[in-house]
Design a protein around this ligand. Structure first.
Ligand SMILES: *Cc1c(COP(=O)(O)O)cnc(C)c1O
Length: 405
């Protein structure tokens, strides 16, 4: 197998459109990736041929929908190397996955307990723990970020102690692109018997979510950052931990028996899946995983690394540009500021030229404070981006710069 970027691009209908009279150059992949035709088709096929509620109806379509839905769970299980299919819980995405865990955690924490997250976390993996700690009267601590944009491992080790009950960190930073040493960070937390959640929103997107290898207790991710639809994602948790974790939403499907005064809970994974799930989304998510997994992973990685290296070289040569995040291990995310011009103005001027990037705080306000910037402009690359896209980015930046000066 080899990597043919044009053949890949051809499968993404949205990449053929124009924006502001210019061919679209989509460089906002850390916010969401585009969807290949097969994923769109799978969603349409589900609603066209077998839409039905799952686990309930005693009829042909309900049966077929249930089979496809549960088969999708198996595909997610394999993708993250989970030991058991019951450990995969459907959610609306990373944010909800983290909230399910935080909702239980707040009832398990006592004053004096400590929870650790990091200065580079997305608000979804920061505010949740902050809030849970406030409610429980527990202490919330954060691992600082170095100038290069890496987690300060020495500081992390000094934060860990016997009171540390829970540790959360991102697999990959959505702002800096930093790939964190999740396996060693998990091992360190395990020495003090803390539970560990990895925010895998960006890590799963690269196929790196091997939960057994990482050794964590929870892993959270979204389909829409890995070529799947919005509104669906998963929470993985170890059976031994999930079985005793407080339930979150109550309602249909998550119960075993109900009387007017009492209820007992269903087995995993249904115990955490109250209400009608996003069946079409789950099936299309599985199709995205199938599509992605069939690609030559080494070639994909080599392509994305080459894009990042090329963009970094151009950025370093660009007068007045500062890269935020120079970690040794990073994915194709390039956050930057310009001497002249607010990030929002840069984003606007690039958009006029058909180039989609993201600007602002990227749901990481404390990280912006850490680097003393109001926000950054962020170009993030994916499988279907080309060297031409990067040339277009820097040509457009040059134009923007003259307009801003
Ligand atoms: C996108 C993202 C989230 C939130 O994901 P949602 O799909 O919006 O729930 C959390 N953490 C990181 C690192 C992200 O990139």
């Amino acid at each position: 197998m080899s990597f043919d970027v044009l053949a890949i691009r051809d499968q993404f209908p949205i990449l053929k459109r124009q924006v502001n009279g210019k061919p679209l150059v989509y460089l906002d992949n850390a916010a969401t990736t585009q969807k290949p035709q097969c994923v769109i088709d799978e969603m349409v096929d589900y609603y066209s041929t077998c839409n039905s509620n799952v686990h309930r109806g005693a009829h042909f379509l309900a049966d077929q929908a249930t089979r496809r839905f549960e088969n999708a769970r198996d595909i997610v299980q394999q993708f993250i190397n989970a030991p058991q299919r019951e450990e995969v819980i459907w959610t609306t995405g990373t944010t909800e996955s983290i909230n399910i865990v935080a909702n239980g955690l707040r009832t398990l924490l006592s004053p004096g307990d400590e929870v650790i997250a990091t200065e580079m976390d997305h608000h979804a993996n920061l505010v949740t723990w902050q809030h849970a700690c406030k409610e429980a009267g527990a202490t919330f601590r954060t691992v600082p970020v170095t100038d290069a944009g890496e987690l300060d491992q020495a500081a992390y080790e000094s934060l860990l102690n016997d009171n540390t009950k829970f540790v959360a960190f991102p697999h990959v930073s959505n702002v800096l692109g930093t790939i964190n040493p999740v396996k060693s960070m998990t091992a360190k937390a395990k020495k003090v018997n803390a539970l560990v959640l990895v925010d895998g929103a960006q890590g799963a997107a690269h196929g790196w979510a091997d939960v057994q290898d990482i050794g964590c207790d929870f892993y959270a991710f979204s389909a829409h950052k890995i070529y799947g639809p919005m509104g669906i994602g998963a929470l993985w948790g170890k059976t031994s931990v999930l079985e005793n974790w407080p339930v979150w939403r109550t309602g249909g499907e998550m119960i075993a028996t109900v009387t007017l005064q009492d209820a007992t809970w269903n087995v995993l994974p249904y115990r955490f899946e109250a209400g009608t799930p996003n069946v079409g989304g789950a099936i299309a998510m599985a199709e995205a995983i199938r599509w992605f997994s069939e690609l030559d992973q080494e070639a994909v990685l080599a392509h994305e690394n080459a894009l990042l290296a090329y963009a970094t070289e151009k950025a370093n040569a660009f007068d007045g540009l500062t890269i935020i995040g120079n970690a040794k291990n990073k994915v194709g995310v390039l956050s930057f500021t310009l001497d002249q011009g607010h990030p929002a103005d840069i984003g606007f001027l690039l958009d006029q030229q058909g180039i989609a990037i993201r600007t602002g705080d990227h749901c990481a306000q404390p990280l912006m404070s850490r680097f003393d910037v109001p926000g950054t402009a962020r170009a993030s690359f994916s499988i279907y981006n080309t060297f031409d896209d990067i040339d277009a980015l820097f040509a457009a930046l040059k134009k923007a710069k003259t307009m801003l000066s």
